[in-house]
Design a protein around this ligand. Structure first.
Ligand code: SF4
Ligand code: SF4
Length: 360
């Protein structure tokens, strides 16, 4: 048995150092969990296990990843969710409040959040009981370095941990992703380094401001014995009443109408039918005209930006663009009257509520 290359700074009563990643599909938390699992076993000389939990793997749906590390003398023989993490990665700040991402966070936990807010602001948003809070603007760094949010988060988590060596993290990314996607390696390594260097950290004591949140298994409202045939969508993606910001990746396509040549490339590429075309006039001729994106359906994958042949579409950071003022829900397409009753097995929505289109 080889000696481990790092010493775990803290473990629970079973001898495990535990990591939990909370994210939404598309930000790469599942892959990060696999990388951390392999990092522990192969590059740090520890015993290691990792697994993820996600639904359809569709962009925008909740994703969790769990990683356990232990000294080589200690076998990891459990495969249950991490309830009291030593290190918690929140890949999307808007997850807070929607799902209990802070469950099990105590004075010994280090929480790393993708946000442009300060640790003080973030503590209040997260209602964090106690522990060390680390903020990193992973979205912006990823955009600048031309990499994914997960690379920046991995760099920030390595720094936050105080014992994951930056070089080992870069090495595993080079050996794995670098072989598969060599063109992306430079950006990935830059993202890791910038995440490692650009953190804001603050420790919060238990001052009675927010109570400790116990970890609880989430009980689903629907299962095999009560879900209707054809399945259900418990959270409507298409109503003006839903704040869906936690289901997008944090990026948005910014539309410049005057540069649009109405080629339709964005519409045929978009997996969520976000673009709204109507019959209108373009260059003196009757043609289909692009009204722009209806952001309520947009997941922020930016595929449309990649295919747009002009600069009509550019990548933006959602929180920096006041999309409500521009066209979060294309104003001309807004419904006159929306009748629905919340969500749940007995919820309903009148079909007339969603057909009003003032342009027709
Ligand atoms: S791809 Fe670009 S130019 Fe073409 S319709 Fe879409 S926004 Fe307009
Ligand atoms: S980013 Fe573009 S392609 Fe992706 S969902 Fe939004 S509108 Fe569609």
């Amino acid at each position: 048995m080889e000696d481990p290359k790092v010493k775990l700074p803290i473990t629970n009563e079973y001898g495990f150092y535990e990591i939990r990643l909370e994210s939404i599909g598309g930000l790469g938390a599942n892959l990060s969990g696999k990388i951390l699992g392999e990092l522990g076993a192969i590059y740090l000389g520890l015993n290691s296990s990792s697994f993820s939990s996600y639904g359809s793997e569709k962009r925008g749906t909740p994703v969790k990843a769990y990683i356990r590390w232990a000294d080589p003398s200690r076998e990891i023989n459990i495969n249950s969710p991490v309830e009291r993490p030593h290190l918690l990665g929140l890949f999307h700040e808007r997850l807070a409040g929607k799902i209990p991402v802070m469950a099990g966070v105590g004075p010994e936990t280090i929480v790393v959040v993708n946000t442009d807010a300060s640790p003080d602001q973030m503590r209040d948003r997260l209602k964090m009981h106690a522990g060390t809070l680390i903020c990193v603007d992973a979205l912006k760094i990823a955009m600048e370095a031309k990499t994914r949010v997960n690379m920046v988060m991995l760099g920030a988590m390595a720094k936050a941990s105080g014992f994951i060596p930056l070089e080992a993290l870069k090495q595993i990314v080079e050996d794995t992703l670098g072989k598969k996607y060599p063109a992306a390696l430079k950006g990935n390594l830059e993202g890791i380094e910038k995440g490692y260097e650009n953190i804001q950290m603050k420790k919060f004591e238990d001052d009675g401001k927010y109570p400790y949140q116990e970890y609880k298994e989430v009980k689903r409202e629907w299962g095999y014995d009560n879900a209707p045939i054809g399945g259900i969508n418990p959270h409507f993606g298409s109503t003006i009443s839903n704040d869906l910001s936690g289901s997008r990746e944090g990026y948005i396509p910014v539309f410049k109408k005057e540069a649009c040549i109405n080629c339709g490339m964005c519409d045929s590429t978009c997996p969520d039918m976000v673009y709204q075309f109507v019959l209108g006039e373009y260059k003196g001729k009757t043609s289909m005209v692009n009204l722009g994106p209806d952001y309520h359906h947009c997941k922020g994958c930016l595929r449309c930006v990649e295919v747009c042949p002009t600069d009509a579409l550019t990548a933006g950071i959602e929180r920096e663009v006041d999309i409500w003022k521009i066209h979060v829900r294309n104003q001309e397409l807004i419904v006159d009257k929306l009748e629905f009753e919340d969500v749940g097995p007995n919820s309903w929505m009148r079909s007339e509520s969603i057909v009003t289109n003032k342009l027709h």
